[in-house]
Design a protein around this ligand. Structure first.
Ligand SMILES: Nc1nc2c(ncn2[C@@H]2O[C@H](COP(=O)(O)OP(=O)(O)OP(=O)(O)O)[C@@H](O)[C@H]2O)c(=O)[nH]1
Length: 697
């Protein structure tokens, strides 16, 4: 059925659920779908039947790989609200999924494991949310588990994330005896009785005597924390008065949104429960509606060149494509966040980044793997669109009479790569198609051809990432391929500036000759690539300058030491010369390529390797072995800590030394230690190892 809806934007929440792996995002989302009536039963991760994780690989492995979008409705104070939820992956290899979702979300719920507290990936996603100014609510989950500690988790948020916590609830009971929460705003207790097995109902009762004192103390802290960030509450507070219940909801909302969007300190409401044991999820939904922003709170979005768009259907269209997914039945689906205007099925829109018109096919509201067709969708909504052929992640769709380019998002460069080869000729075409499709979906998946061997090399964020990619090629595209051993994706850069390097490209083959002369300087910069033109007086005609730039970028793709991609270079074009008949774009591109190679050779080129932040959790007895082993892997131990009776070791270790670590750690500690790692930075490869890497390449 085709529906046309105009959303009441004040009653819309676009939120993400994010966390460290296994904290319970998917489990929490499954409860949300059940309590809001989207699903009629609760799916479980360990049974492989969740609505949100619908890819075969997700169900088999019990992890989220791609973010899934879904819509539900939740009443608060008698008013129905629409909540669009994106459940994002926790594993660091899929962090780009988190990044692109945060770019388009208005608010987020961060789920913490009540035993482990703030884990490395919790920290990463927290910083990502800081970067995009996304207001948050914290949900301390798994309070039913042995060793869970709500207050320790809150302390860790303060220490590690710099959160100013607004503790809105206290747990009643612990571990198996955890039965509910005290609500410090209403000063009531919510108790889930054993009869309502799926947690669908809970009783609102007086705070048990055993918890009254703690409740009063923590309510006092809540009011003090709020007052510190809100003048009105401060005045009341100074007069010994308290805001009403409604007033307190309003001020918590105000403070949460303002501080979250300011990208500074994050004043964040904290609630708790156990998703798996069905307790605490409904009050979490209430908190989402009460305290997280609507598209109206987010307000106008800025495009390039000072263009802004207000969140209204009456403004010209501005929408951002944030995810491409290939659906087995529908083909290519593009997920978009609409910031202003209406997106109509059948209409032509402009992709303002590519400067190309696209026709919008069917528009769907997604409910995890299910969908509902809509004739059009308006400002503030998140929908999936069919029929877009050219649009990729991060590009803007808009009205061609009123174009705008919205800010895109950052994608990390791959740290690991493998060579892949089709087993037969017929398979070659399939492999090419599979790579193209998967690369369209996933901006952190990259492919290039090895210049020397002619092999196809695919790059990604980690071993798991590439393993899933290869698995999908087999299952979804029927590709039979041989895959090499994973290897580190090194990079190259330069260490010193070089002034005035000249190059003349000159060729006389039969008819028209090729002539281009350029002079450049190059210098190291922190990251990426920059091109500055300083040629004056038409010594290089304007139309050839982009060709010089393109030639330099061609050269950056294959560094001069070992053929790895270069980064961190600024090129300044200083001078040049041309010939009326014999100069062409191609000639200047060639000149750019060669002058860059020459300049880079003289600029002390070095090889960089990815260094990973590693966190190992081990019983005390194995601490010595774990540290000794990390040192032997060229690691630097940075911190040691104790948590819930286990020792935590944090260090920086080059990725090349971490292959096979899973198995080694298991055998050293009889399987009792665990670890997680994520990309930290690039560092120069020590001299004694460079030769071997160059020889291998
Ligand atoms: N005891 C207990 N277990 C839980 C709770 N919530 C989730 N789990 C279990 O923890 C495991 C991980 O839960 P998921 O919901 O898959 O976690 P996730 O954060 O979505 O994981 P990824 O998407 O893979 O990052 C599953 O086995 C869940 O059953 C909880 O409240 N209590």
């Amino acid at each position: 059925m085709v529906t046309i809806t105009r959303l009441d934007l004040a009653k819309v929440r676009n939120i993400g659920i994010m966390a460290h792996i296994d904290a319970g995002k998917t489990t929490t989302t499954e409860r949300i779908l059940f309590y809001t009536g989207v699903s009629y039963k609760i799916g479980e991760v360990h049974q492989g039947n969740t609505a949100m994780d619908h890819m075969a690989q997700e169900r088999e492995r019990g992890i989220t790989i791609t973010s899934a979008a879904t819509t539900c409705h939740w009443p608060v104070d008698g008013a129905e609200h629409t909540v669009n939820i994106i459940d994002t992956p926790g594993h660091v290899d899929f962090t780009v999924e988190v990044e692109r979702c945060l770019r388009v979300l208005d608010g987020a719920v961060t789920v913490f494991d009540g035993v482990a507290g703030v884990e490395p990936q919790s920290e990463t996603v927290w910083r990502q949310a800081d970067k995009y100014g996304v207001p948050r609510i914290c949900f301390v989950n798994k309070l039913d588990r042995a060793g869970a500690d709500f207050h320790r988790c809150v302390d860790m948020m303060v220490d590690r994330l710099g959160v100013v916590p607004l503790v809105l609830q206290l747990p009643i009971g612990a571990e198996a005896g955890f039965t509910g929460v005290v609500d410090l705003v209403r000063m009531k207790a919510y108790v889930w009785s054993a009869e309502a097995e799926l947690g669908e109902a809970y009783d609102v009762v007086d705070i048990p005597d055993t918890h009254v004192e703690a409740a009063e103390k923590w309510r006092g802290r809540l009011l003090a924390a709020v007052a510190e960030h809100d003048e009105e509450t401060m005045r009341l507070y100074a007069d010994g008065l308290e805001p009403s219940e409604e007033g307190l909801h309003a001020v918590i909302r105000r403070v949460t949104i303002a501080s979250g969007r300011s990208k500074g300190t994050t004043v964040t409401p904290v609630v708790c429960g156990t998703a798996f044991k069905n307790k605490g999820v409904q009050p979490l939904l209430d908190a989402v509606v009460r305290y997280l922003p609507s598209p109206l709170d987010v307000g106008a979005v800025d495009g390039e060149r000072g263009v802004t768009r207000r969140p209204s259907d009456d403004e010209p269209l501005a929408a951002l494509a944030f995810k491409i997914m290939t659906d087995p039945h529908l083909g290519k689906l593009t997920f978009v966040r609409i910031y202003s205007g209406r997106l109509e099925s059948g209409a032509a829109v402009l992709n303002s980044v590519k400067g190309r018109k696209e026709r919008v096919g069917k528009i769907y509201r997604m409910h995890a793997a299910k969908r509902q067709e809509m004739g059009s969708a308006g400002a503030g909504d998140i929908v999936a669109v069919m029929g877009l052929k050219q649009t990729t992640t991060g590009e803007t769709l808009c009205d061609d009479r009123d174009p705008v380019v919205l800010e895109s998002m950052d994608f990390p460069t791959p740290v690991i790569e493998v060579a892949i080869e089709a087993r037969s000729r017929g398979n070659g075409e399939r492999l090419r198609l599979a790579i193209q499709r998967l690369a369209e979906e996933d901006p952190s998946f990259q492919v290039h051809t090895d210049e020397e061997t002619g092999q196809t090399v695919i790059g990604g964020m980690g071993e798991l990432h590439l393993e899933i990619v290869v698995d999908r090629m087999e299952r979804e595209f029927g590709v039979e391929a041989d895959v090499g051993r994973p290897r580190v994706a090194y990079r190259e850069t330069i260490r010193r500036p070089v002034e005035k390097v000249d190059y003349t490209h000159k060729k006389q083959t039969g008819g028209k000759g090729q002539f281009a002369k350029v002079q450049i300087s190059i210098e190291p910069i922190a990251e990426g690539y920059e091109f500055v033109n300083k040629v004056t007086g038409g010594r290089v005609p304007k139309e050839f300058i982009p060709s010089v730039d393109a030639g330099c970028q061609d050269a950056m793709r294959f560094g001069i030491l070992a053929g790895y991609e270069m980064a961190g270079v600024r090129v300044t074009l200083l001078d040049g010369a041309f010939h009326e008949q014999d100069s062409s774009e191609l000639a200047f591109r060639q000149a750019g390529f060669h002058v860059f190679k020459e300049a880079a050779r003289r600029a002390s080129p070095v090889l960089l390797e990815p260094v990973m932040a590693v966190e190992v959790t081990t019983p005390d007895g194995y601490l010595g072995e774990v540290i000794g082993d990390l040192n032997a892997r060229r690691g630097h131990i940075q911190a040691m800590d104790e948590r819930a009776g286990a020792r935590i070791v944090q260090g920086l270790v080059p990725l090349s030394e971490m292959f096979g670590y899973v198995g080694d750690l298991r055998s050293q500690t009889s399987g009792r230690a665990s670890y997680s790692m994520q990309f930290d930075s690039h560092a120069e490869v020590p001299r004694n190892l460079v030769e071997a890497i160059i020889a291998k390449a």
